[in-house]
Design a protein around this ligand. Sequence first.
Ligand SMILES: C[S@@+](CC[C@H](N)C(=O)[O-])C[C@H]1O[C@@H](n2cnc3c(N)ncnc32)[C@H](O)[C@@H]1O
Length: 286
Amino acid sequence: MSAALIVADMPNPAAQKAYIGRLFDRAAASYDQVGHTLFGQAGAALVAAAALRPGECVLDVGCGRGASLFPAVEAVGASGSVTGIDLAAAMVEATRADIARRGIANASVAVGDAESPPFRPHSFDAVLAGFVLFFLPHPAAALGSFAGLLRPGGRLALSTFADPSVQEIAFAQTCGEAVAPYLPSPPMSDNRPPLQRFRTAESVTRPLQALGFVDVRSDRRDFDSPVQCWHWLWSGGLRGLVELVPPDRRHDARAAYIAAVGQLSRPADSIALTGSVRFTTARSPS
Ligand SMILES: C[S@@+](CC[C@H](N)C(=O)[O-])C[C@H]1O[C@@H](n2cnc3c(N)ncnc32)[C@H](O)[C@@H]1O
């Protein structure tokens, strides 16, 4: 919703991680399962950007419900392998169940912190990190540890949110203003991540170049994302905002949200947005 509602300083890294882990635990059951959302499309695009090849060994950091993990399994084939880690145990459990349900033998997931991935140096051909970097208290250190995990010539592929379109800004403003009266004031605790980070090319490419990555490039791409309903708000990071609405006011907040969406689109309670994503790729030196 409005940037002002989502962004705040994050003075305490441990509290930030605890907040994020618990938030995505609560979101795990419906994360990426509500309609045809951005994450599935962007996950497939991230894997394409990483140019994975059959037989490769891939790490997916902050794997969530597998938006990039499952396309990566397809790309590396039976002779390759994909390992996912995520801070949120419920995300890991749900994705592990999806792996089993699909009968996939060469993928595994575990609880793990992107800032200290528990793997031997130079053990991966590629590292993927879809919509994770901005959640980390120490993103440059995390990028450094990804560099250490890659084999010489290995590839890193990251996605972050790009600058929002005029339409996304209007959506965030209109719906943010509709829900704001139901939020406690001030609405934010001090445990919220600055999601605005890494929106520009330079903000992502510069730390990678400083770490010695080569062939660094960053491109923006837009995706149609048709479902932005009230239920969708609960399925991802925005859940942290709507959870602040006291339970006895949620019915009214939902009605206000639907009315606001109705001003922007028909039918109400579902608006088609174009989401803007930044894909950044880099190679560790050979
Ligand atoms: C927006 S979701 C993206 C999930 C998935 N990569 C995708 O593209 O759909 C962010 C994910 O990163 C995870 N995450 C956040 N901080 C993390 C950390 N320090 N270590 C590992 N995972 C983390 C969250 O639990 C969540 O599952």
